[in-house]
Ligand binder design. Sequence first.
Ligand code: IPM
Ligand code: MG
Length: 357
Amino acid sequence: MYKILTLPGDGIGPEVVQVAAQVLKHVAKTFHLVFETEEALIGGASIDQYGKPLVDEVIQKAKQADAVLLGAVGGPKWENLSHHLKPEAGLLGIREALGLYANLRPAMVYDSLVDASSLKKEIVSGTNILVVRELTGGIYFGKPKGIQKNEDGTERGFNTEVYSTPEIERIAQKAFQLARKRKRQVCSVDKSNVLESSVLWRQVVTQVAKRFPDVQLSHMYVDNCAMQLIRQPKQFDVIVTSNLFGDILSDEAAMLTGSIGMLPSASMGERLALYEPVHGSAPDIAGQDKANPLATILSCAMMLKYSFDLLDVSISVENAVKKVLEDGFRTQDLSHDGSCQMVGCREMGRLVCERIN
Ligand code: IPM
Ligand code: MG
C-alpha cells in the first residue's frame, strides 16, 4: 500500500490533479495495487482558508506520505500580497521543508507531436533531455535578501546567489547517477566566466565526475546553453544546473516538446519526493475543463518509477500517453490539424485510462 498526499492548489491544479488521481485509481485496479490518497491545501487555496500559503500540518502530512502529488499554485487573486505570503512561497516552503534538492524535468519530444513545436521538425525530432535542477539553494534561498531604503530615499532590492560544496556535490552526484540510466552524458551549465558561485560549481562538478568515469562531462555557459537548446537540442542528454538557471532552461526545453502542458517533474530529497507538472496554474483557462492533464499524469508515472519502484507500471502509463497522442487526441494547448480530435481535460484522462493495460 502506498500513501499519496495530493495538493491540488490553484487555477487548473485541482482539475489536472483530479484527472491524475482518476488515472492512479485505474492503475491500482489494473495492477492490483492500493493507493491511499489524502488531499490538503497549498498556495492560494491555503491562503483563503488559513491566511498563509503553507501550514505546518500539511508539511507533517507530506512527511508521513510515501509521495506527494502537487497541481499548481498562484493566480491574480493573490498577486498583491507581500512576498512571503504569496502562493509561490508555499511551493518554495514545501520544497525546503522536505529537503527536495533535486528537480528532475524530462523534456521528451513525442513523434506524434513533432509538428506541435514552434521549431522545425528536423530540429526537435528525437529530442530527449533531462534537466536536473538544483531546487533548495542558489538565489532562490540565499541570504542576505530584501528591499532596503538608501539614504537618498531610493531603494535597493537584493538577493544572493550562493552554493556550498555539499550542495553542489549532491546534485552533481544525482545527475551522474541518472545519466548512467540514459546516454551517459552530463552537461553542467553555469556562468563561471562571471559568477564566483559558478566557479565553485564547475570545480565541484568536475571533482564528482571523477567518481563516474563512464559518464562524459561537458560544461557550458548558460547563455550559450539557452541558444544551443533551440539550435541543436539533440546534443543534450542530462543537463545539471542551478536553481535559477534550471527554472529558465526547463521552460525553454518545454517548448521543444510542443507545449509546457506535456512536462512532468519530480522533486526529490533523500527520502521524500514531490511530483508536479512544470506548467503553472493557468488562471485564464481554470475551471473550464480545457487544461492538458498529461504533464500531471506523466508526473504520476515518475512517482510510480522513482518513489514506488514500479517500473513496469510506470512504463505502461507512459505508453498510454504516447498511444493517446498517436491516436490523434489533443487538448487545446497542442497544435492540431484536421486529423486530430480536440478533447477536454477529463476526457483526455479517460482516454489514457482506456489505454493502460
Ligand atoms: C517552477 C515555477 C516556480 C519556480 C515558481 C512558481 C515559484 O516557476 O516550478 O518552475 O520558480 O520554481
Ligand atoms: Mg518555472
